[in-house]
Design a binder for this molecule. Structure first.
Ligand code: CA
Length: 228
């Protein structure tokens, strides 16, 4: 999965440093800036999914950075941080185009949850497991091959839908009923042969071996589990 890129603009190192560390530990690609203009310049490159902006910043405040980023980047998720003493209220933040707002002092866990929520708004349906990546919006799927390169999988519509559900639920058993309901929009168990046929085609395209699966494990009588 493409890593979510987070821009963190915060001048207070005692907040920025632990926050950047936690975000990196959670798997985000983090770039930090310590003043308004530097943050704005970084943000305008368009390479970020989420921007976390402190409001009280040197040279240009976070609200102005927010306004300027929003004017150019409608898709960017912007989360504002503010201290109570700065007396900037939520409405100012919304007027500036922010998507969310967290008051200092905040608990790290709460902020990370807000970032995850922002990430979901950016990439509602992008999933990856065991080196297989599914981009539902683009309807494309990829597999990491030896050497670390990615190759695109050429799947039929139903094979794609099947893979999307299995990868999304990787690590858990997806029942036959659920797959039939979600992929074929039927609960008719008579179509279970169709399901087995598509699983078989999918395995061929993944070079997977049902007897010694790398990706798709059959749970007899129940369903299938994709390797997490
Ligand atoms: Ca500040």
């Amino acid at each position: 999965m493409r890593v979510t890129a987070v821009l963190l603009v915060e001048d207070d190192a005692s907040i920025a440093a632990p926050l950047a560390r936690s975000l990196r530990r959670e798997g985000y690609d983090v770039e930090a800036a310590v003043d308004g203009p530097t943050g704005l310049e970084a943000g305008l490159t368009g390479r970020f999914d989420v921007a976390i902006l402190d409001i009280g910043l040197p040279f240009m405040d976070g609200l102005e950075v927010c306004r300027r980023l929003r004017a150019r980047l409608p898709q960017l998720q912007i989360l504002l941080l503010t201290a109570r003493s700065e007396e900037v209220d939520f409405v100012d933040g919304l007027d500036a185009g922010a998507d969310d707002y967290v008051a200092k002092p905040f608990r790290l866990a709460e902020l990370l949850a807000r970032v995850r929520a922002a990430q979901r708004r950016v990439a509602p349906d992008r999933h990856a497991a065991a080196g297989v990546r599914v981009d539902a919006a683009a309807r494309r799927a990829y597999r990491t091959v030896a050497g670390g390169a990615e190759e695109e999988l050429h799947l039929s519509g139903k094979e794609f839908d099947l893979l999307r559900v299995l990868v999304r639920e990787a690590g858990t058993v997806v029942t036959r009923q659920k797959l039939l309901a979600e992929v074929w929009e039927t609960s008719w168990m008579g179509s279970t042969k169709t399901l087995d046929q598509h699983i078989s085609w999918l395995r061929q395209k993944l070079d997977d071996d049902a007897a010694d699966p790398r990706y798709i494990t059959t749970i007899r009588g129940v369903g299938f589990r994709f390797t997490p």
